[in-house]
Design a protein around this ligand. Structure first.
Ligand SMILES: C[S@@+](CC[C@H](N)C(=O)[O-])C[C@H]1O[C@@H](n2cnc3c(N)ncnc32)[C@H](O)[C@@H]1O
Length: 377
């Protein structure tokens, strides 16, 4: 298979688009129902498509129905579609279901990639119950560091009797037998918490800091509360919005602003939409899924506010933050401001000064700095 990461090189030029757990699962499934013609297969959490494309490539050509892949990240989807084409497969071989939608109908085989995000697995297993029967093969695949006793307990509690394979190349498989009598109840997601400002924050599974305000976000909001430099009627972009707590809080202080929420994660954007609906239902706002500020027009924003991620598809990196800073320069109007919170050691001020020609510290704590750059008029 020819598999590449997307965007190429983000997170490091030598990173691969698959891991040993993908290989282990594909080998295990050989000769199984997942590779047979006419069966319905669901793959979940498959960054860049190694499992999806591996199974598709092993099935009879143009086997119907299409394989269903359940994913959250916009970039993962773009990467998966590009890898599909690289391997001579057609878009019609695939049905993509986004994280906040539920797959429809019954499945003969379900393959879940187990990542460090246990909340998403818990939510998915609950939501899959109506789509599986005693005949469905349910397989989890993950690196040993992500497959814990608590992971196995989730499969056992929600699906049925569960065993795990021997570890191979630091990867492990999880085999669950569907117990039709088991009734684990509904998914506990979305979850809610209330901020010190009295706002209700709604988070779907897998969304950043879903049960409490993140420390960095708290420092960012403290800085903005003490130093509001946005013009009347400002268009504010909450970039990497997660559950929307930043944009919704600013809108609570300033009834005159409009907010656009952007995130690479469908679950994040759906969470922001839900958080907005609880707190400001009567006000218009915009919700966009995309990479950094790709979906935001040039010179259209008065402020971009961001607590940047420090990883891209599980790889630790500053690359996404750097792209966000570059994009903000493009999306902001003259006099528009970019406000970034980050760990001191991340050195965002150097990148911001290079992109904008200026940068100021507007707040700092022993761990975090909040920086502002302004587009020269
Ligand atoms: C540190 S979290 C901040 C979330 C929220 N603003 C808060 O403060 O709680 C970073 C967010 O960036 C999002 N993200 C990661 N990569 C992205 C990308 N390439 N484009 C847009 N958003 C991205 C993540 O999904 C996550 O929601």
């Amino acid at each position: 298979l020819r598999l590449e990461r997307h965007p190429l090189g983000r997170g490091g030029p030598t990173l691969r688009a698959w891991d040993a757990a993908d290989g282990y699962a594909l080998e295990h499934l050989e000769g199984d129902v997942a590779y047979a013609a006419g069966t319905r297969v669901l793959v979940a959490n498959d960054a860049f498509g190694a499992l999806t494309i591996g199974i598709l490539a092993g099935r009879p050509r143009r086997a119907l129905p299409p394989l269903t892949t359940w994913l959250d990240s916009h970039l993962d989807e773009v990467g998966l579609r590009a890898n599909l084409a690289r391997n001579g497969l057609a878009e019609t071989d695939l049905e993509v279901v986004h994280a906040t939608d539920s797959p429809g109908g019954m499945f003969d085989a379900v393959v879940l990639k187990v990542t460090r995000d246990l909340a998403t697995i818990e939510d998915q297993l609950h939501r899959l119950r109506p789509n599986i029967s005693a005949e469905t093969v349910v397989l989890g695949a993950g690196m040993v560091k992500h497959v814990h006793t608590s992971t196995l307990e989730l499969f056992e509690r929600i699906i049925g009797p569960t065993t795990t394979s021997l570890a191979r190349r630091k990867a492990r498989l999880v085999h669950a037998t569907v117990d039709p009598q088991r009734d684990p109840g509904p998914s506990p997601f979305p979850v809610r918490f209330i901020t010190d400002d009295g706002l209700t924050v709604v988070s779907h599974a897998g969304v950043f800091s879903s049960r409490r305000l993140d420390h960095g976000t708290r420092v960012l909001l403290d800085a903005l509360a003490a130093d509001d430099a946005m013009p009347p009627g400002a268009h504010v972009v909450d970039l990497g919005c997660g559950n929307g707590v930043v944009g919704v809080t600013i809108a609570g202080w300033r009834p005159d602003v409009t907010v656009t929420f952007v995130d690479d994660s469908h679950a994040a954007v759906a969470s922001s939409r839900a958080t907005w609906a609880v707190n400001h239902a009567d006000r218009p706002s915009t919700f966009l899924v995309g990479d950094c500020l790709d979906p935001v027009a040039d010179a259209s924003a008065d402020a971009v506010i961001v607590n940047p991620p420090f990883h891209a598809q599980a790889a630790m990196t500053r690359d996404v933050a750097l792209q966000m800073i570059a994009d903000a320069r493009r999306a902001l109007r003259p006099d528009g401001q970019l406000v970034v919170v980050g760990n001191r050691h991340l050195n965002h001020h150097t990148t911001m000064r290079r992109a904008f020609g200026n940068v100021a510290v507007i707040h700092s704590t022993p761990k975090f700095v909040v920086l502002r750059s302004v587009v020269p008029n």
